[in-house]
Ligand binder design. Structure first.
Ligand code: SAM
Length: 231
């Protein structure tokens, strides 16, 4: 039976790759990835040489048909994203749905768990994370205000992703909606300039603005005391 591996890869530090991830990449006949240049670097580092097929959120139906066709021929395929776990703010689930619809149980879909920015920040949030809400990226234009309002009104702590270019704007928007909230912001996690900012939203925003270092961010907004007693 052909195998379709959904493989988590490092979010920065290459040593975070798992043995199973390497095994799956070696077993695959083809590797589906977002940016072939990014994935080629990862594969070169681990001396894995495989044909790469680009697959991203705007890929056309023809690309899905190509993948399904390869599986039908008995080829093994691994799906990776630029960083972290496929399907978490990254492509994957639509393709898996299509594979299941067309091939049903004649293909083995195998998740290979590993790094994800979401779990990495949750693991060091130092607040109760028994229940939390993950909201992905803020929308860029319309509905931004509703998105941030949902965060400050949430009865659970919320995790969201943000790019280096919009982090300050997003934190300031949250601050305007509720100056009392607390944040834990992880920048460049697992990388050389990893920094974790903790405290009131005003202090965290100020510190990040002052640091002036660009980098990917994942942010936890602590459940607001107004919405329930925080543990
Ligand atoms: N699939 C990925 C995962 O499992 O975390 C997320 C992909 S999403 C397109 C990329 C976003 O994840 C970045 O913009 C940033 O918000 C977050 N992220 C990825 N790597 C990170 C890191 N090393 N430190 C902090 N945030 C990171």
């Amino acid at each position: 039976m052909p195998e379709f591996f959904v493989v988590a890869t490092p979010i920065g530090n290459l040593q975070d790759i798992s043995f199973r991830a390497l095994e799956a990449l070696k077993r695959a006949d083809f590797i589906l990835c977002e940016d072939t240049r990014v994935s080629q670097k990862l594969l070169n580092h681990f001396k894995i040489s495989k044909p790469l097929i680009s697959y991203h959120q705007h890929s056309k139906l023809a690309k899905m048909e190509l993948v399904v066709g390869l599986l039908k021929k008995g080829k093994n395929i691994a799906l990776i994203s630029d960083a972290g776990t496929p399907g978490i703010s990254d492509p994957g689930n639509q393709l898996i749905k299509e594979i299941i619809q067309v091939l049903g149980e004649s293909v083995n879909i195998i998740p290979i768990p590993g790094p994800t920015a979401l779990a990495t920040i949750a693991s060091v949030a130092a607040i109760s994370m028994d229940k939390f809400l993950f909201m992905g990226f803020p929308p860029q234009k319309k509905r931004r205000n509703n998105y941030f309002k949902e965060i400050v009104d949430s009865k659970y702590s919320v995790i969201f992703y943000e790019s280096p270019y919009r982090i300050i704007k997003s934190l300031k928007q949250l601050q305007e909606l509720d100056p009392e909230i607390e944040a834990i912001a992880g920048r460049e996690l697992t990388k050389k300039f990893e920094t974790i900012y903790r405290g009131g939203i005003d202090k965290v925003t100020e510190k990040i603005e002052k640091d002036k270092i660009k980098g990917e961010f994942v942010v936890v907004i602590r459940r607001n005391k107004r919405n329930g007693k925080e543990k």
